[in-house]
Design a protein around this ligand. Sequence first.
Ligand code: P5A
Length: 440
Amino acid sequence: MRLSRYFLPTLRETPKEAEIVSHRLALRAGLIRQESAGIYAWLPLGLRVLNRICAIIREEQNRSGAIELLMPTIQSADLWRESGRYDAYGKEMLRITDRAEREMLFGPTNEEMITEIFRAYVRSYKALPLNLYHLQWKFRDEIRPRFGTMRSREFLMKDAYSFDLDQEGARHAYNRMFVAYLRTFERLGLKSIPMRADTGPIGGDLSHEFIILASTGESQVFCHRDYLDFHVPGPDTDFDSRADLEGIVKKWTSLYAATEEMHDQAAFDALPEGSRVSARGIEVGHIFYFGTKYSEPMKAYVTGPDGKEVPVHMGSYGIGPTRLVPAIIEASHDEAGIIWPDAVAPFDAAILNLKPGDGATDRVSAEIEAALGARGLSALIDDTDERPGAKFATADLIGLPWQVIVGPKGLGEGKVELKRRATGERVLVSPDEAVERIAS
Ligand code: P5A
């Protein structure tokens, strides 16, 4: 992709309204634009990151056995009256009336709708276990939307919903998501810690928030330091093995870890002093087991092996992709800008053509892009007529993992400069060698 033909509206000035670094960098690097309070447009570069995050989330959901569908954003109020949440949800729910005066709403979550879909088709325990998920926009009329897409009113959520015959089955479904979340956040370059959490308006009594430690996090959290070095299960994890998953979850819940609402100061104080971590955290995922809270009032019953009808046991499991973008920036940046982890970078490399219009720099820049493309990697060529200094600053700001600097002087000796954004390390190499190093 050539920058001169792309749409990358970067800002030189630091936007005044942005209080935290991820919000400042997301605006300056041209990832997002605020359209109303807590409502954002995703600009091309930001959308590429969001799409890569969603792709990793999908892979790990699918690996764990969940099945993707897509439910609408607009829901009927009657559905929410069945569960009793229409009134309980309060002002956070955006209520809408259609032309026929029917009461509708912009979904803040989908427990009711998925329960309606389930009960319409499933009658027997033989269809279980079942876990259905989607990636869909949500709206919550938050009192204080802030920090850009970290806490917005309109936001993307991956929400999964599990259905099981009994509590034991539901526990396995919970463990599947628990492990899938550990893997997902690790692949996104983040260290997540599952913490006992309050269930709020979703309900139930078993719940974990997945927290990323960050000084700008909105929640106060408490945990044992050893979690920071725990091993995350590999891709060969057997998601059908109840014993294996139980073992992993036991280990990951064996030490103290709680959000402020669930904090037990005495238990925390009992940890050796050097093991106590009391820090700010960002909630990037939240999982719930709530049994028959929705299936009973909404009559989602299945016939068990003994011929008896029972309400199905459910859980729900959320990840916030539009929150993950700033969470990753909080975890990975320096004074010059963003440092994208390889797995989510909007392009794999920036090619800085220091003299556009020069036959050799144009040709070599295009050749490097093509060679990277042949290896399944993407590049953004800066072919604008900005000064080299401005090109370096933009490249550091947008934070692609590699920079290939193509100038007439270096090319005279058959070399380009290759810079690793994360370490600042630079080497002079041939164009072929640069491609090899980026691809390896
Ligand atoms: C679980 C899935 C739920 O809504 N119902 C379906 C359950 N859980 S939750 O904790 O309320 O939200 C799940 C995740 O969504 C993200 N999130 C947000 N992201 C940006 N702005 C917001 N205002 C916002 N609210 C929730 C979080 O990542 C959260 O963990």
